[in-house]
Ligand binder design. Sequence first.
Ligand code: F6P
Length: 319
Amino acid sequence: MKKIAVLTSGGDSPGMNAAIRSIVRTGIFEDMIIYGVQGGYQGLINGDLMELNIASVADIIQRGGTILGTSRSDEFETEEGLKKAMNILSVYGIEGLIVLGGDGSFRGALELSRLGMTVIGIPCTIDNDLGYTDYTIGFFTAVSTVTDAINKIRDTSSSHGRANVVEVMGRSCGDIALYAGIAGGAESIVVPEKTFTNEQVAKKTLEGKKRGKRHHIIVVAEGVGKPYEIAKDVTDITGIDTRVTILGYIQRGGAPNVTDRIMATAMGHEAVMLLCQNVGNCAMGVKNNEVFSMDLEKALEVPKSFNEDLYEVLKVVSI
Ligand code: F6P
């Protein structure tokens, strides 16, 4: 394969730039021509492509976001949109497409592969909600960002003797809440994967207060919703003043941490090497610290599992 393209799609995640850099440099090293699609699948439909060279990806490994831009494209989900995208790929003579994104972006890539394009998916989402891989690029940076925020919120929580509900991203996946909650020493972690009642959260908070705790951190995954209801019930049941912080988009930005940079570089490199051998229609992933690839369609069928062991550890360490 001689001409390939890369695009970033869906919500951005720290480490996308590191992956783009790795793809471009590996491709050039292998005598390929690399196009960057600007603005995700919508940019592909619009024909917004540019050739990337070694200098185009200089000084980006440490930057959050994506230099290519991203989008959530409704048009790409239509038959017409897919046809337009395929047409642009053929006009440019592109033989292989690397898609950086999450579940929705991979499903888009799968549609293109069904129309004959050779595609490879690299998992980039802060949500860590793809079942076939241990981790997705951006997840650990987001967890660090949330942990840092919890540290700060805990200072003021202690000063005032309050409870603080902290809502974090993740869609229907509770991984950001679980990992950041553990790292931040949260008292309670509320995730969509586990049933809970506001009364249980309140009881836990009250037990902490009785033991002399002055801070009470309750991390709630966005998939659970209702952070204000939880806060109100905690106050009503315990009498402890409770505040809510919705962390929001701060979790998507910032410099990628070392784990995300290394995973992005390794997966980007391997993806290009596969295309060099005309191997495609696969998803890159990490299992037990090793980069691997598997059939894209099968990867999307693997259900996401919740880290029950870590959740059980919380019950012990948060007493
Ligand atoms: O998938 C990443 C994510 O940040 C989710 O955690 C969140 O629910 C969603 O994207 C927000 O999407 P948007 O950027 O379209 O508002």
